[in-house]
Design a protein around this ligand. Structure first.
Ligand code: F6P
Length: 365
């Protein structure tokens, strides 16, 4: 009987997931004694009855490197440690089914190693399962690029391209109308997408979670750009940005098992705060999930492929409990536990921030 690798994609989807799955299957296919299966919807496929675990062959993954989303589906709700369970009275609780999941991996699924592709939440789950005895390798994914221990995650460059394209387009309409356009982009904890797309697109202001903004400074910059009602201004604001002394613009989800706060709306909040300081015609655009959709750019396909191959090689070597990572110019592995409980923030002393300031961009401080 062949040894089995199980692959799962968890958390929010991200351009490049299919390229990773393809690389895993293709690399494992070169080993005559290994085969790959995929769990549908993160680890849920293992825990559903009957299990939704499918065999993945070269034919299944042929040509999917340029497809967005994940052929294995994903979820941001629940997981083996918090399985949403409804009771006869209609109430819901979150149950720990991790032990049962580990048992199912042995019988009936006969899985020898698991590759878990996900963000911080998924890596946290992977580490806990590793501590309970599961042979797991992690592959980091997030468009936000906020995972530590790796220089970059796949999906990020695609999101930056999409956000930059939005800035380019907003400039032409802003200039035609002498308007202020506020573009809200993703970036829950870290402002990588916001700052990068602002730089690439030539925005006047970039507001990121790492630098709480002073509304007067933002207004000053906009006034300067739009003196006498002429000109136009572009602000890129990360969804996780906040004013000095204020909180993030977030609400609680009403979905059972969805633990994250739902961000969104800080662009509108910024505009209403600006109204007391500057008199301009303005519009707000929230880019939202467009940043996660569609085909990954070449960089992300390549990085995703590198991660997939490396993950299989770690599994073949029995080097579990590791997450693959990119440390320029090498693909390496790090203990999963080193990659969790912290975030990769934009450093306020970084060259990226200095460059933005160097061309006169306002960062809200
Ligand atoms: O993957 C991170 C992220 O893109 C955040 O920037 C955003 O807040 C979140 O996902 C939204 O996720 P969803 O609406 O899919 O749960």
């Amino acid at each position: 009987m062949k040894k089995r690798l199980l692959v799962a994609t968890g958390g929010g989807d991200c351009p490049g997931l299919n390229a990773v799955i393809r690389a895993i299957v293709k690399r494992a296919d070169q080993e005559t004694d290994w085969e790959v299966v995929g769990s549908i919807e993160a680890f849920n496929g293992i825990l559903t009855d009957p299990p939704q675990v499918v065999r993945l062959t070269n034919r299944d993954v042929s040509g999917i490197q340029n497809r967005g989303g994940t052929i294995l589906k994903t979820t941001s709700k629940g997981g083996p440690f918090a399985w949403p369970t409804q009771h006869p009275d209609g109430s819901w609780t979150l149950e720990d089914r991790s032990t049962e999941m580990l048992e199912r991996l042995v019988d009936p699924l006969h899985v020898d190693g698991v590759i878990s592709i996900g963000g911080e939440g998924s890596m946290d789950i992977a580490q806990k399962l590793y501590e309970q005895g599961m042979n797991v390798i992690g592959i980091p994914k997030t468009i936000d690029n906020d995972l530590t221990s790796t220089d970059v995650t796949f999906g990020f460059h695609t999101a930056v391209e999409i956000a930059t394209d939005a800035v380019d387009k907003l400039i032409t309409t802003a200039a035609s109308h002498n308007r202020l356009m506020i573009l809200e982009v993703m970036g829950r904890h870290a402002g990588w997408i916001g700052l990068s797309s602002a730089l690439a697109g030539g925005a006047d202001v970039a507001l990121i979670p790492e630098i709480p903004y002073d509304i007067e400074k933002v207004a000053e910059k906009i006034k300067h750009r739009m003196a006498n009602g002429r000109g136009y201004a572009i602000v890129v604001i990360a969804e996780g940005a906040m004013p000095v002394g204020g909180d993030q613009t977030a609400r609680k989800s009403d979905q059972i098992g969805y633990g994250n706060a739902i961000l969104g709306g800080v662009g509108h909040r910024l505009l209403s705060e600006l109204k007391d300081h500057v008199d301009v015609e303005a519009r707000v655009v929230i880019l939202g999930h467009l940043q996660r959709g569609g085909s990954p750019v070449a960089y992300d396909r390549i990085l995703a492929t590198q991660f997939g191959v490396k993950a299989v090689e770690l599994a073949l070597a029995g080097d579990y409990g590791k997450m693959v990572a990119y440390r320029t110019p090498h693909v390496v592995s790090v203990p999963i536990k080193d990659a969790i409980n912290q975030y990769n923030y934009v450093s306020v002393d970084s060259d990226l921030v200095k460059t933005a300031r160097g061309i006169g961009m306002c960062l809200g401080d």
